[in-house]
Write a protein that binds this ligand. Structure first.
Ligand code: GAR
Length: 193
């Protein structure tokens, strides 16, 4: 088999999308490998999940860097380059990036967001979609550019909003779709590199 694209998954917490990507990469015909899982928070649950799955799990704690987000990102960038990472997949990485990391990885950094972008960037996406009376919600995988939750859309999955849905119930159904969408979209993306 030809060399698989080395992907780093950046997380801040639970890491269920990361886990879905690790599982997808276990398939013999998957065009990417998850070579690193990196968190900005030492207590991110996803770090344990990654380590148990045999993937290198690294914390580059943001705390010692204080408000200097760029210095934190330079440390992240160094860790990625040391390992020959080719593509970054943000998966619940809940820190706004500076232009340093965005520019350094332009065209090679993907994000998953729990809404049908360009609708509902930012937080509380499901509650906002329900409150607005939307008929459907969903998730989006997109390339990361300077604007938060902007950037070219690579894939979307739609999820109907049911009568009586609350943000939790809807979020559970959207998350199931996130896991499928991210793995499939990342595979298509790396095949096109
Ligand atoms: C996911 O729903 C992801 O789409 C969202 O955070 C959650 C992380 O869950 N990301 C954003 O809101 C980014 N703007 P996970 O840690 O279980 O993958």
């Amino acid at each position: 088999m030809t060399q698989r694209t080395k992907v780093a998954v950046l997380i801040s917490g639970r890491g269920s999308n990361m886990e879905a990507l690790v599982r997808a990469a276990q398939a013999a015909d998957c065009p990417f490998e998850i070579a690193l899982v990196l968190s900005n928070k030492p207590d991110a649950k996803g770090l344990e999940i990654a380590a148990q799955a045999g993937v290198e799990a690294l914390c580059v704690d943001q705390k010692p860097f204080g408000k200097d987000r760029e210095a934190h990102e330079r440390a992240i960038d160094a860790a990625l380059r040391e390992r020959g990472i080719e593509v970054i997949a943000l998966a619940g990485y809940m820190r706004i990036l500076t232009p340093f990391l965005v520019d350094a990885w332009e065209g090679r950094m993907l994000n998953i967001h729990p809404s049908l972008l360009p609708k509902y960037p930012g937080l509380d996406t499901h509650a906002r979609a329900i409150a607005a009376g939307e008929a459907e919600a969903g998730c989006t995988v997109h390339l990361v550019t300077a604007g938060v939750d902007e950037g070219p859309i690579l894939g979307q999955a739609r999820v109907p909003i049911r009568p009586g849905d609350d943000d939790h119930a809807l979020g559970v159904r959207v998350l199931e779709q996130e896991h499928k969408l991210y793995a499939a979209t990342l595979a298509t993306f790396v095949r096109g590199l």
